[in-house]
Design a protein around this ligand. Structure first.
Ligand code: B12
Length: 299
């Protein structure tokens, strides 16, 4: 690090790639690939030849992360100026970001009744899909960021997860009109404990009158394959969390495809927005709105 500077106040704080990843919640692999493809984040070279990244880029990269989770493309976002991204976030989230801070403060205080009331209020003001894409998912994203920065404890994260899980169970009233010909198995891959995405898809399917077989989180692929066959589902939907995106997901999915030839695989979740190398013949959804449109078009 820069120890011998004459005027420390004017020196920008420089971060190693791991530190930048930690502060932004984006993986070092992703940051490196963006740097190669789009020149962002932009490093400076130390005399030793090592790359370091000015801390001033953290805020911009976090905005990129938030917009990726809302379904925007990295190739488009990384070409924009920081102010343009801020403007975009404001438009997308409209009033949601004031609310977001309030929800975080309820979590900080373990205020279960308050959080429940806030979630119910948001649910009464918008469609289910809007609620999931523009409120619940950004809220959970922010919970994760706060946890990784040390602003929230893991107990807060668990508290928010339990409340969310209970709330999701009550959402998406069962459509009386049953959709025939579609039956979806829902799961996360082995080692991925992030099951809220599955509950979110389940809520959307309930509202659409589509039958779902919900396996929840952390399933051996042999089990996913065998359940899909015995329940005679038409589609297998997998939620890939942001955390598991870098952990060889593509390879695991390839194995699953081999076990269930002929099935259409649907993929969604924060890990998909961040971009993973995937086998072909997988349908990817970056938002729940995209998923709902696809369901609507399905014959
Ligand atoms: C809650 C949570 C947990 C809970 C999960 C409990 C549960 N029952 O789900 C617990 C405490 C278990 C947990 C554990 C861990 N976690 Co965690 N966790 C989270 C958190 C805060 C929320 C995850 C979530 O549910 N998001 C909501 C999802 C559903 O939203 P989404 O992915 O954007 O999905 C949207 C759409 O894509 C769509 N969708 C989702 N799935 C699907 C599927 C289909 C088919 C379709 C169509 C659509 C769709 O629905 C959403 C609506 O818009 C995230 C923060 C984050 N940014 O995601 C961290 C996060 C994922 N966790 C993280 C980490 C580090 C961990 C641990 C390693 C921590 C530890 N040291 O133990 C472990 C790993 C456990 C494991 N083996 O999986 C990191 C991952 C960092 C990285 N590498 O990128 C994150 C990003 C937090 C952070 N900012 O650092 N975690």
């Amino acid at each position: 690090m820069m120890t011998s500077n004459a005027n420390p106040r004017s020196e920008p704080v420089l971060l190693a790639i791991g530190e930048l990843a930690e502060k932004t919640g984006l993986s070092p692999e992703r940051l490196r690939s963006w740097e190669q493809r789009y020149g962002v984040p932009q490093p400076v070279r130390l005399d030793s030849g090592h790359r370091r990244y000015p801390e001033t880029q953290v805020d911009f990269l976090m905005d990129v992360g938030r917009l990726l989770a809302l379904g925007f493309k990295a190739s488009e976002l990384l070409r924009q100026l920081p102010e343009e991204l801020k403007g975009r976030l404001e438009k997308v989230g409209s009033s949601s970001f004031d609310e977001l801070e309030y929800w975080i403060s309820l979590t900080e205080r373990f205020d279960a009744a308050g959080l429940r009331a806030a979630l119910a209020k948001a649910a009464s003001e918008m469609t289910l899909v809007e609620l999931l894409d523009t409120r619940l998912s950004p809220f959970l994203w922010e919970v994760g960021e706060c946890w990784s920065r040390g602003d929230l404890r893991v107990s807060h994260e668990h508290f928010a997860t339990i409340r969310m899980s209970q709330f999701l169970g009550e959402l998406g009233k069962q459509n009386i009109k049953r959709r025939e010909g579609v039956k979806v198995l829902l799961a996360t891959l082995p080692g991925d404990l992030h099951g809220l995405g599955v509950s979110m898809v389940d809520a959307v399917l309930r509202e659409e009158g589509v039958e779902a077989i919900v396996l929840g989180a952390d399933n051996p692929i042999k089990e996913i394959a065998s359940a899909a066959k015995s329940a005679e589902v038409t589609h297998i939907a997998i939620s890939v969390s942001r955390g598991s995106a870098q952990k060889g997901v593509g390879k695991v999915l390839e194995e699953l495809i081999e076990m269930v030839p002929g099935y259409e695989l649907l993929l969604g979740g924060g890990g998909v927005s961040l971009g993973i190398r995937l086998p072909r013949d997988i349908r990817q959804f970056r938002t729940m709105a995209e998923f709902k449109r696809w369901l609507g078009d399905l014959k």
